[in-house]
Write a protein that binds this ligand. Structure first.
Ligand code: SF4
Ligand code: SF4
Length: 306
């Protein structure tokens, strides 16, 4: 079996999905990525314009291929208590558990390729676009990637390697066939950003929710549905049907902790236990917007109760 196929098969046994792409594909990918990011909406977004990728390996590493690995993640909610009532809100499924996955992935791949004289190093490339071209994921009408058995709940990691890429698939980056007979996401999207012409990133609440600037006036306060981002089009998607039932509450924030976050207490002044929980779910990186977003969700819930 070619070594790339062996790596993919081994990772699959461990519950991951992977593809190995010839390094030469990165030239076309860079042109495609530049075309996408040259659009005004991309340049004007503080969040999107922060994305920077390296389309070539370091000069001292003789890379021949790019390995992309998808690791499943569990949908998660966080619990908050305010005025004696408990609430649970969705967050992006990012947690420190992924660090464990990364260690397993690197250990498994290294043990397979090192005896053949090959190695791997981290790569900072547009993983979703690469995975779409390589057939590792399907691209939803809502611009989310979907993988069979994982739905949209996975994280992608990328590595440069000097192992040969084998017979890699390379297909057009296009919307999944599953979407041809379904428009559940566009029918439920609150902002109307999934119109007949496709996805309009400038109207996506998922992105707007990550910006520290005020929401545009046309964003209705009732549309907020997640601590960070927006989950609606993933919740209604048939490709996620069985996965959302697995969502659990990952951590609880007491009345005192909730109050401290709402008050905008500087991160370093929060109770250490609060900081640890936020760090575990990678919310320290979003702490500048967390108090605002939490307040919006709590106010919406309390308005529903009154
Ligand atoms: S909800 Fe339907 S149209 Fe939207 S991404 Fe999922 S399958 Fe595609
Ligand atoms: S994330 Fe929200 S705003 Fe963006 S497309 Fe999905 S439902 Fe619409």
């Amino acid at each position: 079996m070619p070594i790339a196929a062996g790596v993919i098969a081994e990772l699959e046994k461990l519950g991951y999905r992977a593809c190995v792409i010839p390094l030469e594909r990165l030239t076309a990918l860079e042109n495609e990525y530049r075309a996408i990011t040259s659009r005004e909406v991309w340049r004007n977004s503080p969040h999107l314009s922060r994305h920077h990728f390296d389309f070539a390996p370091p000069p001292d590493f003789p890379a021949r291929s790019v390995l992309i690995v998808a690791a499943p993640v569990t949908p998660v909610k966080l619990g908050f208590t305010r005025h004696g009532r408990h609430y649970a809100f969705e967050v992006p499924p990012l947690s420190a558990d992924h660090d464990v996955d990364l260690e397993r992935i690197v250990a498994a791949v290294t043990s397979l390729i090192t005896p053949h004289g090959y190695g791997l190093i981290d790569a900072n490339v547009p993983t979703k676009l690469l995975a779409s071209h390589a057939g590792l994921l399907e691209n939803g009408y809502n611009n989310m990637g979907f993988i069979e058995g994982m739905g949209s709940f996975f994280r992608l990691s990328a590595f440069f390697s000097d192992m040969p890429p084998g017979t890699a698939v390379w297909t057009e980056h296009r919307v999944s066939r599953s979407c041809e007979v379904c428009r559940a996401c566009s029918e439920s999207c609150p902002t109307g950003c999934l119109g007949p012409d496709g996805y309009d990133v400038g109207r996506c609440l998922s992105l707007l929710s990550k910006e520290a600037s005020d929401f545009p006036e046309w964003v209705h306060s009732r549309w907020h549905n997640s601590l960070i981002g927006c989950r609606i089009c993933q919740q209604v998607c048939p490709m996620n049907r069985e996965l959302l039932d697995t969502a659990g509450t990952g951590a609880e924030f007491s009345e005192t902790e909730t109050g401290a976050i709402l008050a905008g207490t500087p991160f370093e002044d929060l109770d250490p236990a609060t900081r640890d929980k936020l760090r575990y779910f990678h919310l320290n990186t979003y702490y500048n917007i967390l108090p605002r977003n939490l307040r919006l969700l709590l106010d919406r819930e309390q308005a529903d109760l009154s």
